[in-house]
Structures are given as structure tokens and as C-alpha cells.
Design a protein around this ligand. Structure first.
Ligand code: CMP
Length: 138
């Protein structure tokens, strides 16, 4: 049923580190809106230089963050990516490719920003992750 789908998705959303501080009603709000998308190994999710208004949470599998053959990171279940373009509407900073078969949750910019502004802990964890990633790039 529809309720079961929402409930399953809430459980999935709770795997994403960024959302540890969300209230139960926030999980339900998100669960009714996010989209789940599956990727094959090697499939490209976004490319450096592209514009996009989607952030991704990794439900299953792992994602390579790279520029061509230069690898910056491999992100695992529970991690998120695509947050930089959400914040400044600028071009994607890296290519993101499925390393293994992956299931991702897609979040639209408006959904992410709503939570950042409502919940200081979400904003704080996102800023912490961005600072850490930038440090890795210099
Ligand atoms: P964005 O620039 O929107 O799209 C590419 C994404 O790759 C970026 O957001 C981050 O989520 C991620 N990313 C970029 N650089 C790094 C890094 N050094 N470590 C981990 N993830 C990164």
C-alpha cells in the first residue's frame, strides 16, 4: 500500500547521515516527495561543469567522485553528494559515477534548502561536510 511505501522510504531516509537530526514528521514529509533512482556500475550521475538542482543520498552501493581519471573520493551508503551546486547554483565540481550498482535518493534544491533553514543541525552538518571536502581538493 501507499503507507508501506512511505514507511519503507522513511527507514531508507534514516540511513542518510545528514538527516540524523530530523523530526519524525520531517521524514514523512520528505518520504512523500523524494525519488529513488537506480544506477548501473559505471553509469554517470553528474559531470563536472554541468548545472543541476539535485542532491543525492546513497541508499545502496558506492559512488566515485572524480575528474576524469583523478579520483577525489569514494562515497558509501549513508553519504550524500551534489550539495555544492545546491548551495550556490554553480556548476558541478566533479564527475560522480556509480562504482557498483547504486540506489540513490534524489532531493530537489528547494527540499534541501527548506531543511537547512528549518533545522540548524542539518545546515551545520552540511557545512561541515563541505569544509571537509574542500580541504580534500586543495
Ligand atoms: P557538486 O559540486 O554539486 O557536484 C559534484 C559533487 O561531488 C559535489 O557537489 C560534492 O558532493 C562531491 N565532491 C566534490 N569534491 C569532493 C571531495 N573532495 N570529496 C568528496 N566529495 C566531493
Amino acid at each position: 500500500t501507499k503507507d508501506e511505501v512511505i514507511l519503507r522510504r522513511v527507514l531508507v531516509l534514516q540511513k542518510i547521515d545528514l538527516f540524523v537530526h530530523l523530526a519524525p514528521e520531517d521524514f514523512i514529509w520528505l518520504a512523500q516527495r523524494v525519488e529513488e533512482v537506480a544506477y548501473e556500475p559505471g553509469e554517470v550521475i553528474c559531470r563536472a561543469g554541468d548545472f543541476g538542482d539535485t542532491m543525492y543520498g546513497i541508499i545502496e552501493g558506492s559512488i566515485r567522485v572524480h575528474r576524469g581519471s583523478e579520483e577525489y573520493a569514494v562515497l558509501q551508503e549513508g553519504a550524500f553528494f551534489g550539495e555544492m551546486a545546491i548551495i550556490d547554483s554553480g556548476p558541478r565540481s566533479a564527475d560522480c559515477t556509480a562504482k557498483e550498482a547504486a540506489v540513490l535518493l534524489q532531493l530537489h534544491r528547494d527540499q534541501v534548502l527548506t531543511f537547512c533553514f528549518q533545522n540548524i543541525d542539518v545546515l551545520r552538518s552540511m557545512m561541515r561536510v563541505i569544509a571537509d571536502r574542500l580541504r580534500g581538493m586543495v
